[in-house]
Design a protein around this ligand. Structure first.
Ligand code: PMP
Length: 360
């Protein structure tokens, strides 16, 4: 029995215990080779096989069509905010962006450094409690692409639908990738920082349709050029080898669990339990419209914020870690990614009920 806590951190987030155990078992002597995978050349046959298997498992999990490249890059999701316009936005072109919270806003601010950005829709007039319907968006004819964040990790606002656009759809899926099935063919490009549902930080996964490669502007740094990365199997330089390996272990674990369809069932049950508890309580609240509520990041508030500190201290004492909301919004947030099971939700709900009884 392990005495690991329930970790509700938004990222770097909980990893499956079985994955950590396997990494531990393989750490000093990977498959009898006498060295750690961390100490191995990224060009060795052994490492390349590990890297390729990770890619294939991800392709299997998301049924990624063969006309898409899968890239394992560095710089996190934030670097993609610049990389996307450098690769996909011609200097005199326009890109459409949908603003639904802090991360999509960061993507917008960065893209503006490189070209013309049209905010085609914003959740601001809805107080970030709902996602504007596509019928209200003002998309630019001939836009280079349309960018949105499918799940706002801080605000807890998630699309439960895929926009339909003429321009290639580019999506920041950092915090909801692999949480349920998604139709990759609807997107020009999907990207996700690894440290939530994929693996350790240090890696960002990019899934890009092949016809979008080779459009980078001349000034795009070589290291940020998707085509260069694709042509070199994401090994133009030394990749984040350990993060890539560990992500591969997570993909194997996901397949063993029944893949993203099984995750969807599990995640639906988890979020339903937590939101219905919050909704039934007069002490806790989450004002987001139910259809736009995040499955992975559940922000909530206590009736009296003066109790926040005591709530967090009590949670910590019970091994319910990292429930503090993002510093920009306060309150609480439970991030309940794939690695957390229903037992974590039950432990949280029972603590919340107890705290409400004592303080409500
Ligand atoms: N986009 C989203 C939706 C995120 O949640 C995050 C990180 N929390 C980022 C982008 C930035 O990721 P990174 O720290 O890997 O740059």
């Amino acid at each position: 029995m392990s005495n690991r806590a329930f970790n509700f951190c938004a990222g770097p987030a909980a990893l499956p215990e079985a994955v950590l155990q396997r990494a531990q078992a393989e750490l000093l002597d990977w498959h009898g080779k006498g060295l750690s995978i961390m100490e191995m050349s990224h060009r060795s046959d052994d490492y390349v096989a590990v890297a390729e298997k990770a890619e294939q498992d991800l392709r299997d999990l998301l049924s990624i069509p063969s006309n898409y490249k899968v890239l394992f890059l560095q710089g996190g999701a934030s670097q993609q905010f610049a990389e996307i316009p450098l690769n996909l936005l011609p200097e005199n072109g326009t890109a459409d962006y949908i603003e639904t919270g802090i991360w999509s806003k960061k993507a917008i601010d960065e893209a503006r450094r490189y070209g013309n950005v049209n905010i085609a829709a914003s959740a601001k007039p809805l107080d970030y409690l709902d996602i504007p319907a596509q019928s209200e968006w003002s998309l630019t004819p001939g836009a280079a692409y349309v960018h949105y964040a499918s799940n706002e990790t801080i605000g807890g606002l998630e699309f439960d639908w895929i926009p339909q656009t003429d321009a290639p759809l580019v999506v920041d899926m950092s915090s909801d990738i692999l949480s349920r099935p998604c139709d990759v063919s609807k997107f020009g490009m999907i990207y996700a920082g690894a440290q939530k549902n994929i693996g350790p930080s240090g890696l960002v996964v990019v899934i890009i349709r092949e016809d979008l490669l080779g459009r980078a502007r001349a000034s795009c740094p070589t290291m940020l050029n998707y085509k260069v990365a694709a042509d070199n199997g994401s090994m133009y330089n030394t990749p984040a080898t350990y993060s890539w390996y560990l992500s591969g272990l997570v993909f194997e674990w996901l397949k063993e669990q029944g893949g993203v369809a099984a995750m969807e069932q599990r995640n639906r049950a988890k979020k339903d339990r937590l939101y219905s508890f919050i909704d039934a309580s007069a002490f806790y609240s989450n004002p987001i419209k139910p259809s736009a509520r995040s499955w992975m990041n559940v922000p909530f508030r206590l009736a009296d914020e003066r109790l926040d500190k005591a709530f967090l201290a009590g949670a910590d004492a019970r091994g319910l870690l990292n429930l503090k909301g993002h510093r920009s919004v306060g309150g609480m947030r439970a991030s309940i990614y794939n690695a957390l099971g229903q037992d974590a939700i039950e432990a949280l709900v029972s603590y919340m009920a107890e705290f409400e009884k004592e303080n409500g």
